[in-house]
Design a protein around this ligand. Sequence first.
Ligand SMILES: Cc1cc2nc3c(=O)[nH]c(=O)nc-3n(C[C@H](O)[C@H](O)[C@H](O)COP(=O)(O)OP(=O)(O)OC[C@H]3O[C@@H](n4cnc5c(N)ncnc54)[C@H](O)[C@@H]3O)c2cc1C
Length: 388
Amino acid sequence: MIGAGAAGMMCAIEAGRRGRRTILLEHSPAVGRKILISGGGRCNFTNLGAGPKQYVSRNPDFCRSALARYTPQDFLRLIEKHRIPCHEKKLGQLFCDRSARDIVEMLLAECREAGVELKTGCRVESVEQSERFLIRTAEETLPAERLVIATGGLSVPKTGASDFGYRIAEQFGLRIVAQAPALDGFVFQEGERNRFRELAGVSADAIVTCGGASFRENILFTHRGLSGPASLQGSLYWKPGASVIVNFLPGLGADELRAWLRTQKRERPVAAIKNLLAERIPRRLSEALCDLAQAGTQPIGQTPEGTLERLVRTLQAWSFVPERTVGYQRAEVTVGGVDTDELSSKTMEAKRVPGLYFIGEVVDVTGWLGGYNFQWAWASGWAAGQAV
Ligand SMILES: Cc1cc2nc3c(=O)[nH]c(=O)nc-3n(C[C@H](O)[C@H](O)[C@H](O)COP(=O)(O)OP(=O)(O)OC[C@H]3O[C@@H](n4cnc5c(N)ncnc54)[C@H](O)[C@@H]3O)c2cc1C
């Protein structure tokens, strides 16, 4: 197995338990570096509601089999075996109480118990196939009947991320779905950047809609764009040139919002709209959105219906076209990867290259924010671990 991250370690544990002689190669000096920085250092290691609908892939059904055979409950059993204290934060997201290091220590202990040989600081220089795979490192050539690629995606290069997995796939003639950074939020174009610069640091409950998917969670204005969980989720579905739509009043339908504005107009006619709105959304956001709808300064009683209607549209369906997403330095994941048509959904083995497997994030299966990406790493690693 190449890559001692979440998927590689799970696969090695399962293969080792089955009595396979298993060697896990990692080019970084330490294993599981992405696990250590995940979930703000507490690792959101699974999601109790994980299922195929929370994953993006060219073939949305591909992940179904692996996710059904290794579930969040299965991973929880491992957590319980190692007595790791954890809690549900929200929306089924499970986090360590103490630190993500608990997860890495657990996986290392399981690797030891399963007799996995671990080589860190090990650079793989090339892979060849004759009767067996020959994995050449700086020190030695390792022959292997089966080879599992678990080298992850491109995000956060300082954790050891590399394009190695994609290069191996190409070397063996497997198709790749174009990669892009995701779960990273949006960078505004210059117009919005200037307009909303003052909002940096403002967060609000909102619905972000992008590429046909909608997420209701917090958004956070940054000095150059939009972050926060709802924006990160939206970025998973974004394609260059596409619009993102934000509803800043997710608790109110359009008709309810119109009715509320009419009531304010009748009962508080001298109040400025931006002050009224500031009772529902952060004041700085209220001011910026009223400016955008050219509806801010006059008392509501003197505001024409057309202006109020423009305000309703701005509040509930503000649309912008991002310049780009934030990029690999900050992205939690890479969308795209080894095309799932090339792999068996049961074993993760390449259909055209018997003995070669791809698992985890290097595969074109990407989950939402909230523990879904680790669950895919565990489940795909487990599936390959039963087969190698
Ligand atoms: C900041 C951040 C926070 C995140 N938080 C969460 C979270 O809370 N919950 C969640 O579900 N997901 C989270 N993710 C996503 C999650 O970390 C990944 O989806 C997951 O780690 C993928 O597992 P993997 O084993 O496929 O890849 P990785 O965990 O990235 O492991 C790949 C391993 O391969 C090694 N490697 C790469 N190239 C080579 C090579 N050429 N030779 C040898 N080894 C190599 C790497 O050093 C690494 O150890 C987060 C990601 C980031 C960046």
